[in-house]
Write a protein that binds this ligand. Sequence first.
Ligand code: MN
Length: 219
Amino acid sequence: MKQFVFLFSVWVSSLLTLYAQNQLPVNGKFQLLLLPYSTSALEPYIGKETMETHWGKHVQTYVDNVNSMVENSDLKGLSLEEIVKKSDGKLYNNAAQVWNHNLFFSLMSPTPQKAPTGELAAAINRSFGSLDAFKEAFNKTAADVFGSGWTWLIQKKDGTLEVKQTPNGNCPINEGHPLLNLDVWEHAYYLDYKNKRADYIQAFWDVLDWKAVEGRYNK
Ligand code: MN
């Protein structure tokens, strides 16, 4: 009985987490995830106007598109993650963009933990040699994305970590467990950095909260 109560409480709490993260639709609709900080909180690294446009307009559009496309599809009622895994075409593009942005914006903080610790720090050292070597590989990959896309740190099924890029809105969720991602679409940095993507990539490390990344490791 005790075991049943325990499993039931785990199930309820994971369901509540999914709702809180807007990974499940409420009354059939996905919502724009609420940011855990104000739109000016990440200045000067990411400006208020960027946040208002990027989060408030671009991501809202992806959310609206998913809601209208899923309405008459057989994927209606599934979690966002399931929709990303099972959809293709326009629905995939929009659902993956919502998923990608939910992760991206939830990993930043005005008061970030500046470096990984514990098991994640050890895993980064095993896979890349050092934190600096990882950042160098990540920065290079992010700079090399041609056009619009994303850069990722994923945990593969064998436990090792890998840096990779995806074009457009593609999400690598079928290849491994995404630990962190960086949006390198121009809409993410053009108002703050114009054509200088490298400066934006550098600024990302000042607002990335490694505590949030650690919370995803081995999950
Ligand atoms: Mn974006």
